[in-house]
Design a protein around this ligand. Structure first.
Ligand code: PMP
Length: 363
């Protein structure tokens, strides 16, 4: 493991070792170029090939049709909390529906309210965000500007097993913490966006996949960098893009295609990994208590509690001694959280499972 620990961080998170190694090997000079990717012009032929491969890999992995734009934008997923309503809600006279399944959805709503009318179509607060809603529970607005969901809530560890039906209303999804973890039917979405720093690459770039007819709705007076139309027309090169982050997305998506063999295979690995941890929780006789209800359990972020906060602290400290890092739950909810994105190897999961059993036996 080259002195590397098992890193269960929620993000920035573990990245595939082959991608890290390739970036390391080529950091001083891209092969045959003599210039580092950190030094090269974003208008050069070399960088054009990098950003085009990153886009092509994303398109092929996600089977995104030609009427979708793939953009690489600044500002992380959080800027998309603002750009989505700026571009699709501002001045439309419509309402935007938000399905609220956890902490990140709440942040998205906060920004949307600055741009127009927001309807919370479902709110899981009363149940401490431990599940996603059934279709029948959604109070959707007919003719809404869009419906926003967070397919995987990173903090609470709840994931939609399938996307809700929204008819003709565009579905907008913050896939920051589960993009590329499984196949998705892109045609069901108006916009998919994700900060890269969990499953797709390092921090610094947000991936936005957008159905091109939505560009007709963009108000004409937006600042250029906040305007999907400007960014799409400029092919993400209106200004200097986060070039290293785009390069790394290219490496990660290449790894997914060539070494993993695509998203079906990745999804199976992810299901198997998550099942091991949920089984350890379920078979612990109540020693470990999972946060998410079984039908809403995330395959990316597994969150659970122990009987007391002291016991949780001990679990985290003991885990660290065994090379199991970043198991502390988010400061807002406490407890334990193991983030097990694509790059977390099965050995890391096995090591955590073994530790969970031993910790339970000794307490
Ligand atoms: N949405 C989700 C689901 C997230 O997990 C995160 C980051 N943890 C964000 C949004 C915010 O992303 P960023 O820091 O890139 O703005």
């Amino acid at each position: 493991m080259e002195n590397r620990v098992y890193n269960f961080s929620a993000g920035p998170a573990a990245l595939p070792l082959p991608a890290l190694k390739e970036a390391q090997e080529n950091l001083l000079s891209l092969p045959g170029v003599g210039i580092s990717v950190l030094e090269i012009s974003h208008r050069s032929q070399t960088f054009t090939e990098i950003i085009e491969e990153a886009e092509a890999n994303l398109r092929s992995l996600l089977k995104a049709p030609d009427n979708y734009k793939v953009l690489f934008l600044h500002g992380g997923a959080s800027l998309q909390f603002s750009m989505v309503p700026m571009n699709l809600l501002r001045g439309s006279g419509k309402t935007a529906d938000y399905v609220l399944t956890g902490s990140w959805g709440k942040k998205a709503i906060k920004e949307a309210k600055k741009e127009g009318a927001v309807n919370v179509a479902w709110d899981g607060a009363a149940e401490k965000y431990n599940r996603v809603p059934e279709q029948s529970e959604l109070k959707l607005t007919p003719g809404a500007a869009y419906v926003h969901i967070t397919p995987n809530e990173t903090i609470e560890g709840v994931e939609f097993p399938a996307e809700p039906e929204t008819g003709d209303v565009p579905l907008v999804a913050d896939m920051s913490s589960n993009i590329l973890s499984k196949p998705v039917d892109v045609t069901k979405y108006g916009i998919i966006y994700a900060g890269a720093q969990k499953n797709a690459g390092p921090a610094g770039v947000a991936i936005v996949i957008l159905r091109d007819d939505l560009l007709d709705r963009v108000p004409s007076d937006l600042h250029s960098l906040l305007d999907y139309k400007v960014m799409a027309e400029g092919k993400s090169l209106y200004n200097t893009p986060p070039a290293f982050a785009v390069y790394f997305v290219m490496l990660v998506t290449r790894w997914l295609k060539n070494e993993i063999g695509g998203l079906e295979k990745m999804a199976k690995i992810n299901r198997d990994k998550a099942r091991i941890l949920y089984d350890a929780i379920d078979q612990s006789g109540g020693f470990y208590r999972g946060h998410a209800q079984p039908g809403s359990r995330s395959n990316m972020n597994v969150a659970w509690r122990l009987a007391t906060e002291d016991l949780e602290k001990e679990f985290i400290a003991e885990g660290k001694k065994r090379g199991l890092f970043e198991l502390k739950g988010h400061r807002s909810v406490g407890g334990i959280r193991a983030s097990i994105y694509n790059a977390m190897p099965m050995e890391g999961i096995e090591a955590l499972r073994k530790f969970m059993e031993e910790f339970k036996a000794s307490h």
